[in-house]
Write a protein that binds this ligand. Structure first.
Ligand code: NDP
Ligand code: HEM
Length: 482
């Protein structure tokens, strides 16, 4: 025998063989007493946790956020104070595909960041777009059902996707983004990230502001055309995962400039757009972006399953100085993610190294499956034996006045709220001629799938005509309807 280590079972006991099961004679049946083989087979059957119900395919890396500007007048959050450096983990993903699906599919990209701050974890669970398809969480599962596989034939179905979108005009802005070449980014390094929602910031004096996050790629935006993306789906489904891993391994550490838009608290009430509507941006002419820092990704995970698959991000993880806004989508997400993690990973997912805060946990929750952390002291509050005590003053500023009748209703409209005005601005003022031509051809390609009916194609044309007649006309021409 060489000086190789001896194989053991999971209890550390030397293994009886690497190759042969215990049998009655060389040709006889196997024995139940071969605990070693049974352990191998049983553990293999349990190598997977359920994949994420959305955003299943992805990759991630560690890095550091550095704040370069003083924004203490807007927030007291420790991670956003000038000079502070905060370690982070960022996971990129597609939305609709399964774990083995192709990275270059047309889809929004998840852009989920976990900051390991001095006040515990702060998670910004955003996308590479500043907006979303819907504005009420009630519609989220319906929307996702329309994007994923049909229950009868297990196929994705573009007719179903257009059915949902054309019946949900609030989707127009996000579907416009999705159908431009930004729907097929060239790499995760070459796209922006957005917090997308509006969040609350409050400073040490308890003064409040509304904020939106923009993470601007320092590598520059690069996208694939539809045909480039399609070719890579066939030849290298892991293209983006590979790109990020090897870039970091080569020492090419991607970075993003951290910008914010800040709205005074009182300005929200009569702003021309509903500032909490996730289908809208805040135009820069009203609220310019302010640079506050930069983050870099500089370290690959060492165990994909442990660190990426078991990563659990939750929009509800907010630290003192930051709070939720009344965005209904954000409110729904505050519940959804920890619920998903308790099901997908287990109730003690926060004890896993990638999810574990880098600060002491003095919680009164304890025990449960797979726990290995002891409660730090007494297990109930209040107590008279020196256990941890909450400090409500840390949250002075998160309080604000709300009143109203309990209703099921759309948002109250602000002066310029309209589902088409912002995608129209994108078409008219932002997209280049090439961007517009690709937008039309990408829509036509998607709506030309064999399952899309003629009646649906007419609805598709109407949907795009509502944004701009030239866009609708281009789509109608491409679909052979004029
Ligand atoms: P601006 O001209 O000030 O901003 C336009 C924005 O669009 C910039 O952030 C630009 O930054 C981004 N952009 C450029 N090319 C594209 C593209 N092909 N696809 C998507 N975004 C692109 O105008 P407004 O702030 O008034 O916004 C006009 C429209 O621009 C909005 O209705 C919205 O559709 C879109 N937009 C606005 C954003 C905002 O937060 N205000 C953010 C992103 C888009 P960059 O090239 O660095 O992405
Ligand atoms: C993942 C729900 C809207 C970004 C998920 C997951 C769920 C979920 C259940 C899987 C979590 C897991 O198993 O780990 C919802 C609901 C939404 C919503 C209910 C609306 C009400 C959004 C929006 C964004 C977003 C608006 C972006 C702005 C993400 C990202 C992930 C994710 C990035 C992957 C996180 C990761 O990398 O682990 N979502 N989502 N979601 N969602 Fe949402």
């Amino acid at each position: 025998m060489t000086n190789r280590p001896i194989t053991t079972d999971d209890a550390g006991i030397p293994a009886p063989s690497d190759e042969h099961s215990l049998s009655v004679g060389p040709n006889g049946p196997l024995l139940l007493q071969d605990h070693y083989v049974i352990q191998k087979m049983a553990h293999f059957n349990r190598e997977r946790v359920p994949e994420r119900v959305v955003h299943a395919k992805g990759g991630g890396a560690y890095g550091t956020l550095q704040i370069t500007e003083d924004v203490s007048q807007y927030t007291k959050a420790k991670l956003f104070q000038k000079g502070v450096e905060t370690p982070l983990f960022l996971r990129f993903s597609t939305v609709a595909g399964e774990l083995g699906s192709a990275d270059t599919a047309r889809d929004p990209r998840g852009f989920a960041i976990k900051f390991y701050t001095e006040d515990g974890n702060y998670d910004i669970v955003g996308n590479n777009t500043p907006i979303f398809f819907i504005r009420d969480p009630q519609k989220f599962s319906d929307f996702i059902h329309s994007q994923k596989r049909r229950p009868d034939n297990h196929l994705r179905d573009n007719n179903m996707q257009w059915d949902f979108w054309t019946l949900s005009p609030e989707s127009a802005h996000q579907v416009t983004f999705l159908m431009t070449d930004r729907g097929t980014p060239a790499s995760w390094r070459h796209m922006h990230g957005f917090g997308s929602h509006t969040f609350l910031w409050y400073n040490a004096a308890g003064e409040r502001y509304w904020v939106k996050y923009h993470f601007k790629t320092d590598q520059g935006i690069q996208n694939f055309t539809a045909s480039e993306a399609a070719a890579l789906q066939a030849t290298d489904p892991d293209y983006h995962t590979r790109d990020l891993f090897y870039a970091i391994q080569r020492g090419e550490h991607p970075s993003w400039t951290v910008n914010v838009q800040i709205m005074p608290f009182e300005a929200a009430a009569d702003y021309r757009f509903n500032p909490f509507d996730l289908t809208k941006v805040w135009p820069h002419s009203d609220y310019p972006e302010i640079t506050i820092g930069r983050f870099v990704l500089n370290r690959n995970p060492e165990n994909y399953f442990a660190e990426v698959e078991q990563a659990g991000f939750e929009p509800a993880n907010m630290v003192p100085g930051i709070g939720p806004s009344p965005d209904k989508m954000l409110q729904g997400r505050l519940f959804s993610y920890p619920d998903a993690h308790r099901y997908r990973i287990g109730p003690n997912y926060l004890q896993l190294p990638v999810n574990k805060p880098r600060t002491p946990v003095n919680s009164y929750n304890f025990d449960g499956p797979m726990t290995f952390q002891n409660p730090a002291g007494p297990v109930y509050a209040p107590n008279s034996v020196g256990g941890p005590a909450a400090d409500p003053s840390l949250y002075e500023g998160e309080n604000y006045h709300v009143t109203g009748e309990i209703v099921r209703s759309a948002y109250t409209k602000h002066a310029e709220d309209d589902d088409y005005v912002q995608p129209r601005a994108l078409w008219e003022n932002v997209l280049s001629d090439t961007d517009r031509a690709h937008l039309v051809s990408n829509i036509v390609g998607h709506a030309s799938a064999p399952e899309v009916t003629t009646d649906m194609k007419k609805r598709v044309v109407e949907y795009w005509t509502n944004i701009h007649k030239d866009l609708g006309h281009g789509v109608a021409q491409g679909l052979g309807l004029v």
